[in-house]
Design a protein around this ligand. Structure first.
Ligand code: R5P
Length: 300
C-alpha cells in the first residue's frame, strides 16, 4: 500500500471509514499533552515513501488542532513521506476574511499561509467562502473544497416529503446550501435576510409571504455556532404556525450550549454533517471526501 491515513486528535473517527473508502492503510498517531499544555506527538506507523493523509477537523479547539496538524505535516515530510495531504472536514478561521475594523487581522490569509507551507494539498468541506470566493484566491493549487449539498439533499429526501416540507435559508449566505439542496430534490425554499449586530445578536427578515401552516420547516445553514441565527429564524417562522421546525447544517459547532437553546426555542431536531465532533452528526461524508481524494491525490 503506498498511502496511509492518520486520524489526528480532532478527527472525530472520520479517518476510519475514510481509510476503508480509500482502500488505504490506517496508521497510528499518538497525541498527548505535557502538563503545561504543549503537545507531544508521535507517528507509530511507517510513512517513508508513502502518500500520507492527515485527517483533522479544525473545530472546537481550532488553535490546538491547527498546531497539531502543522507539526504532523512537517514531521511527515521530514520522515520521507512522498506527499502529505490534509483532510480537513472543518476548516477554521475562514469567516475572518476581511479587515472589518481597522487593525483587525485577516486570519483566513494567515491560516492559508500555514497550510500552504506544510501540506501538498487539502480537501475541506464547505469552508466559509464568502469574501474569499474561491480557495485558489488564498490557497495553493491542489487545495480543494467540496460541497456537502448532495449528501444533505439525499438525507432530507429520505426523511421528509416535498409536499409538506419547506426549506428555509436563514440568511443570504445560506443560499448556496438551502436553495441548492431544495433544487436538487424539488422542495420549496425561501431565503431570509439577516442583519448582524454582534457575534451574539442578529435579526432576520423575510419579504415573501409563505404558507407554512401545518408544514415541516427545515432551516439549512453552513454552520451553527452560538445558534442565534437559527433562533431568530425560528421566531419568525413560528408566526406562521408550522407543524415542526428542524435545523440542518454542515458544521455543528454548537458553542455556548447552543443545542439546548435551539431545542428550547422550538427546534425539534438538529441534523449535521460529521465535520465537527458531536452527537448531532447524522450525515456522513467519508465516502464523498474519499472519492474526491482518490481523484485528486491518488491518481498521479
Ligand atoms: C454566517 O455567515 C454563517 O453562515 C452562519 O449563519 C453563522 O456563522 C451562524 O452563527 P451563529 O450560530 O452564531 O448565529
Amino acid at each position: 500500500m503506498n498511502s496511509i491515513i492518520f486520524g489526528l486528535s480532532n478527527s472525530n473517527n472520520f479517518e476510519k471509514n475514510f481509510a476503508k473508502e480509500m482502500k488505504s492503510d490506517l496508521g497510528k498517531f499518538n497525541s498527548e499533552q505535557f502538563p503545561d499544555g504543549e503537545l507531544h506527538l508521535k507517528f507509530d506507523s511507517k510513512i517513508k515513501g508513502k502518500k500520507v493523509f492527515l485527517v483533522q477537523s479544525l473545530a472546537l479547539n481550532p488553535n490546538t488542532a491547527l498546531i497539531e496538524l502543522f507539526f504532523a505535516a512537517r514531521a511527515a515530510k521530514d520522515s520521507g513521506a512522498k506527499k502529505v495531504f490534509g483532510i480537513i472536514p472543518y476548516l477554521a478561521y475562514m469567516r475572518q476574511d476581511k479587515e472589518f475594523h481597522a487593525g483587525e487581522i485577516v486570519s483566513a490569509h494567515h491560516l492559508a499561509s500555514i497550510l500552504n507551507n506544510s501540506l501538498d494539498g487539502i480537501i475541506a468541506v464547505d469552508p466559509h467562502l464568502h469574501r474569499i470566493r474561491k480557495m485558489n484566491e488564498v490557497f495553493f493549487k491542489g487545495f480543494y473544497d467540496i460541497s456537502s449539498v448532495p449528501a444533505i439533499a439525499e438525507f432530507i429526501a429520505k426523511k421528509f416529503n416535498a409536499e409538506n416540507t419547506v426549506i428555509v435559508g436563514p440568511d443570504w449566505e445560506s443560499f448556496q446550501w438551502a436553495r441548492h439542496v431544495a433544487n436538487k430534490i424539488n422542495f420549496k425554499a425561501i431565503i431570509f435576510r439577516k442583519e448582524r449586530f454582534s457575534a451574539r445578536r442578529v435579526k432576520v427578515h423575510y419579504s415573501k409571504e409563505i404558507e407554512l401552516k401545518g408544514k415541516n420547516v427545515i432551516i439549512i445553514d453552513d454552520m451553527i455556532s452560538t445558534g442565534h441565527t437559527m433562533i431568530e429564524a425560528v421566531k419568525e417562522l413560528k408566526k406562521n404556525n408550522p407543524k415542526a421546525i428542524y435545523a440542518v447544517c454542515v458544521h455543528a459547532l454548537l458553542v455556548e450550549n447552543a443545542e439546548k437553546k435551539l431545542k428550547n426555542a422550538g427546534i425539534k431536531e438538529i441534523y449535521s454533517c460529521n465535520t465537527v465532533p458531536g452527537k448531532t452528526n447524522k450525515i456522513h461524508l467519508e465516502k464523498m471526501v474519499a472519492e474526491e481524494a482518490k481523484k485528486k491525490f491518488l491518481k498521479k
